[in-house]
Design a binder for this molecule. Structure first.
Ligand code: GLC
Ligand code: CA
Length: 568
């Protein structure tokens, strides 16, 4: 339901109020260092983003989510925050952020910032203070410092693994220079985990939320939302340790540091804070959990508004898998009254064109390296179809920058790799973080203003993107960009799209996803190997490939005007 009925001021006339914007928003993810460079140093920044907002407004997105822009040594692309109340000078300053928020609002675009509460940078003042302070001090109590095991404390306190590989513990020297305690880091050693049992930590983040909400931020994406609470007894993982390392989603329940029930206490408080502000401020959680039901727990009454639904990141190109993912998601979310979100890609995952152009379901860059070449034409065809599926589903959708251009992954040469995960795991996420091509026929495709040489852009762009620049695609009706623009426009206009429900069509055709949404909308996606017939006389609103003779080819999708129910 898009409209909520509330009683009008007079108490007699019911008035219709639009449901909160985040229930059906299309959110565009801005990986800021790769979006647009506004000062000619080859790295994207707020100034560059501000010059390209018209593009996003014309694309038709409702909101942008900007990856971390805080002061940071940039060991993990800014997910290592040294000061949560300052913008890193690479990206600009607080005035730029304020101006960006104002510009976006003037264009009707909301702004979601990224908050990183699981860990700080090792360069954060708190961690620096902790290093200088003694074991057992209040400074160390904000993190997880522990004596090591073994006679001399030379072994890590337990067997937890870093998500970037290796032990999750690093030993520090005491102020007198002797080997001392160890500290916990579920990610890079430069990202020490905060101790959320500590009330100072809780209060500090509440103040940081207010700092950004006061500046007019419309929402916050919560990084590693499933990791903040640890079992304070820090028990060993035992057998689970080996299986867990390098696996994306945590695959166990009752885990000592993922997805613990006590997280609800933190997010209940955060929700209260957001609710104190006018204008439907929202949260979206990045929570890697074992099931849709576990995810829905984050969205329970009085907790968070939305959470990323990562099902499509692991779905094969299979109608059965998609349908399973969609049903599971819709069911679990409807139980808590929260809108689902849909995600095909982000800054941590291979791009969809690449993933679908390889053998069916490869997620990890490591497997990429071993797999045969990418069939870009196939990947692109499937990405076009997937876009129409994504945007037709109930709820809110995320579009990762460059997805609307049909970009593919480009893995930089070993000497050029920037991702810290590479050193520990041999995998890099740089392939999906290549700077956007805006115009021109050669790299750097107007990424920087003032212009720079191709080599001066922080990750190299492939020459083959000359056909995929924004300006090239704007002149073609058949481009990926044209498809996204048309889909987003229809989505805005069509009363059936956005929040709500869907009905699967019966009888079910194998390899086909087919559903209707009221009023008058039908989506058909052909994942079978053969052309399929569209309903006789169907009026095609939009399709991912040309539809001729009432047939939808394989790897394609269409939006149709369905027969409306005649009024009773
Ligand atoms: C999230 C981010 C990822 C980052 C990690 C640690 O998974 O999306 O980019 O490396 O958290 O903060
Ligand atoms: Ca710059």
């Amino acid at each position: 339901m898009t409209d909520m009925q509330v009683t009008g001021a007079t108490g007699s006339e019911p008035v219709h109020r639009r449901a909160a914007w985040w229930r059906d928003a299309v959110v565009y993810q801005v990986y800021i260092r790769s979006f647009a460079d506004g000062n000619g140093d080859g790295i994207g920044d707020i100034a560059g983003l501000r010059t390209r907002l018209r593009y996003l407004a014309d694309l038709g997105v409702d909101a942008i989510w900007v990856n971390p822009w805080y002061r940071s040594p940039m060991v993990d692309g800014g997910y290592d925050v040294a000061d949560y109340r300052a913008i890193d000078e690479l990206f600009g300053d607080l005035d730029d952020a304020d101006a960006l928020i104002a510009d976006c609002h003037a264009l009707g675009i909301r702004v979601i910032a990224d908050i990183v509460p699981n860990h700080t940078s090792a360069m954060h003042r708190w961690f620096q203070d902790a290093l200088r302070a003694a074991p057992g001090s209040p400074e160390r109590a904000r993190y997880w410092f522990r004596r090591g095991r073994g006679l001399e404390g030379e072994l890590p306190p337990n067997d937890w693994r870093s998500r970037f590989g290796g032990s999750a513990w690093t030993r520090v020297n005491d102020p007198d220079g002797r080997p001392g305690e160890w500290y916990l880091h579920l990610f890079d050693a430069q990202q020490p985990d905060l101790n959320w049992e500590n009330s100072e930590v809780r209060l500090e983040f509440e103040a940081i939320l207010r700092f950004w909400l006061d500046r007019g931020i419309d929402g916050l994406r919560i990084d590693v939302a499933h990791g903040l609470i640890k079992d304070p007894s820090l028990p060993d993982l035992g057998e689970r340790a080996a299986s867990e390392e390098l696996q994306a989603p945590p695959n166990t329940i009752d885990h000592p540091h993922w997805d613990r029930d006590e997280l609800a206490g933190i997010y209940r408080r955060w929700r209260q804070i957001a609710d104190e502000y006018p204008g439907d401020r929202m949260f979206v959680a990045e929570a890697w959990v074992t099931s849709s039901d576990r995810l829905a727990r984050y969205l329970d009454d009085g907790l968070l508004h939305t959470a990323f639904n990562f099902h499509f990141l692991t779905c094969k190109w299979s109608a059965q898998e998609f349908r399973g993912a969609i049903d599971t998601t819709l069911n679990s979310h409807s139980l808590v009254g929260a809108p689902p979100t849909w995600v095909l890609a982000n800054h941590d995952e291979p791009r969809y064109v690449t993933r679908m152009g390889r053998s069916d379901r490869i997620r990890q860059a490591e497997e990429h390296a071993q797999s045969p070449g990418v069939d870009l034409a196939l990947g692109t065809r499937r990405a076009r179809a997937a876009a129409l599926l994504l945007l037709a589903l109930p709820g809110s959708a995320y579009v990762y920058q460059g997805e609307e251009l049909g970009l593919w992954d480009v893995e930089p040469g070993v000497g050029q790799i920037q991702d810290p995960a590479f050193a520990r795991t041999g995998r890099t996420r740089d392939g999906c973080r290549i700077p956007l091509p805006w115009s021109g026929d050669r790299a750097p495709f107007a990424f920087s203003q003032p212009p720079v040489a191709a080599d001066d852009v922080w990750l190299p762009q492939p020459a083959a993107w000359s056909d995929l620049t924004v300006s090239a695609q704007l002149t073609s009706q058949h481009s990926m960009l044209a498809l996204y623009r048309a889909a987003l426009e229809l989505r805005r206009q069509h009363p059936a799209l956005g929040d709500g429900t869907l009905d699967w069509c019966e009888p079910h055709r194998p390899g086909v996803l087919e559903f209707t949404r009221a009023p008058g909308f039908r989506c058909v996606v052909n994942l079978s190997g053969d052309p399929i017939e569209l309903p006789a006389g169907a009026n095609v609103l939009l399709s991912s490939v040309a539809v001729a003779g009432g047939l939808l080819p394989p790897d394609a999708a269409a939006w149709l005007e369905a027969q409306r129910q005649s009024p009773v």
